[in-house]
Structures are given as structure tokens and as C-alpha cells.
Design a protein around this ligand. Structure first.
Ligand SMILES: CC(C)(COP(=O)(O)OP(=O)(O)OC[C@H]1O[C@@H](n2cnc3c(N)ncnc32)[C@H](O)[C@@H]1OP(=O)(O)O)[C@@H](O)C(=O)NCCC(=O)NCCS
Length: 176
């Protein structure tokens, strides 16, 4: 659905579920989330992401490496269903298997998704957020031109209050 030089961002397939679970159950990948996912939770998430793409025409895509055809992770857009000080909104996000870190894939895919959000979906702005501890994710946000919102920090409603990962930073980019 969205192509970059090295990646294809597409609808989910049943065959993505095994590598998706390998990613979601890997403690290193899930370091900045309250817990790693079980097979059932990971499959349910893939089904939900597929359904949202079907329903809205966009979402968190499955990412495939063009050269190998391997499943890399997920990059895409989402409209959170919970309420915070900046919702309703469209967020951009990413999660890659650690075999594919440090190659620029997250930034490459996210740039293409952002172009799609502004050029095709005609969105006025896109947000992104992550735990205050997640420096690699903030670096992706900064590399694609997002700016941290002063005073935008918030406690994520789906993370237990007082948990070390509960406080999140908020980033924003507006269409030019
Ligand atoms: C967040 C995450 C996607 C970032 O991955 P990443 O590999 O650091 O980011 P990119 O794919 O953009 O790669 C950039 C890095 O690749 C390096 N790189 C190597 N070859 C490159 C190339 N050909 N082109 C561009 N960058 C390249 C860059 O120098 C940069 O390294 P640096 O950060 O040390 O400067 C990854 O850490 C992840 O999936 N984490 C777990 C899930 C998660 O926390 N998601 C966010 C939740 S909100």
C-alpha cells in the first residue's frame, strides 16, 4: 500500500502472525511497554490492526523488507480510542523487530507514512508519543521533523499510574 526504497507497508497477512509474535514477545523490543505479549495477545493485535485498515483505509501496516520479503514490524497511523488532553488525534507509531534496528528502516517508513497522512489523507497534524525513557523512538520522531510539545507530557491512560513507564512525551508535526 505504501512503498519506500527498501520497504513495503501493506495489509496484514496470516503468515505475519508468527514473526509478529516473535517481535512482541521479545523483552528487548518490549522494554518500554509494561509487558511483552502472549501469542494470543499478539494475534489479537494483528487482527485489530488488519480490521482498522479495512475500516479506515489506513492504520498500522505490516512492514516487509523488499529485498528478503521478511516481516520487519509495524509502522503506521492510528486514532486512539482513549481520552487524553490531545485526543481526538491521529498518531504515527512504529515497532520493529530488533533484527532490523539501526538500518534507518523506522525513519524511512515513518517519512512515507507522514507524506501519505498529509498528501493523501489531507490531515492538518499528526502526533506521536512514547514513554519518557524511550530515546530511540524520540529520535525517530525528531528525524522525521516532529517537535516535542512543551507542557504536553501526560500519563498514559492504559498504563498503571506510578508505573515507571506511565509518563509519556508528546510530539507534533503540522502540514506545511
Ligand atoms: C523505536 C525503533 C523503531 C527505533 O529503531 P532504530 O533502528 O533506532 O531507528 P531507525 O530504523 O530509524 O534507524 C536509525 C539508526 O540507524 C542508523 N542507520 C544505519 N544505516 C542507516 C541507513 N542506511 N539509513 C539511515 N539510518 C541508518 C542511523 O544512524 C540510526 O542510528 P543512531 O540512532 O545510532 O544514530 C526501535 O527501537 C523499536 O522498534 N523499538 C521497540 C518498539 C518501540 O519502542 N516503539 C515505539 C513505541 S512508541
Amino acid at each position: 500500500m505504501i512503498e519506500t526504497k527498501r520497504l513495503t507497508l501493506r495489509q496484514w497477512k496470516e503468515s505475519d502472525k508468527v514473526p509478529n509474535f516473535q517481535m512482541n514477545s521479545n523483552p528487548e523490543v518490549m522494554k518500554f511497554f509494561p509487558k511483552a505479549l502472549s501469542r494470543e495477545e499478539s494475534d489479537l493485535l494483528a487482527d485489530r490492526m488488519r480490521a482498522k485498515i479495512d475500516q479506515n483505509g489506513f492504520g498500522f501496516y505490516a512492514v516487509e523488507e523488499k529485498e528478503s520479503g521478511l516481516f520487519v514490524g509495524t509502522i503506521g497511523l492510528n486514532c486512539p480510542e482513549y481520552t487524553t488532553h490531545f485526543t481526538p488525534c491521529t498518531e504515527i507509531g512504529w515497532r520493529l523487530d530488533n533484527k532490523f534496528w539501526k538500518r534507518g528502516y523506522a525513519t524511512e517508513g515513518a517519512e512515507a507514512v507522514l507524506n501519505y497522512a498529509f498528501d493523501e489523507l489531507k490531515l492538518d497534524e499528526v502526533v506521536s508519543f512514547t514513554s519518557k525513557l524511550n530515546i530511540p523512538s524520540m529520535s525517530v520522531m525528531e528525524r522525521i521533523g516532529m517537535l516535542r510539545v512543551e507542557g504536553g507530557d501526560f500519563e498514559h491512560p492504559n498504563v498503571e499510574k506510578g508505573h515507571p513507564l506511565s509518563w509519556h512525551v508528546l510530539y507534533l508535526i503540522q502540514s506545511s
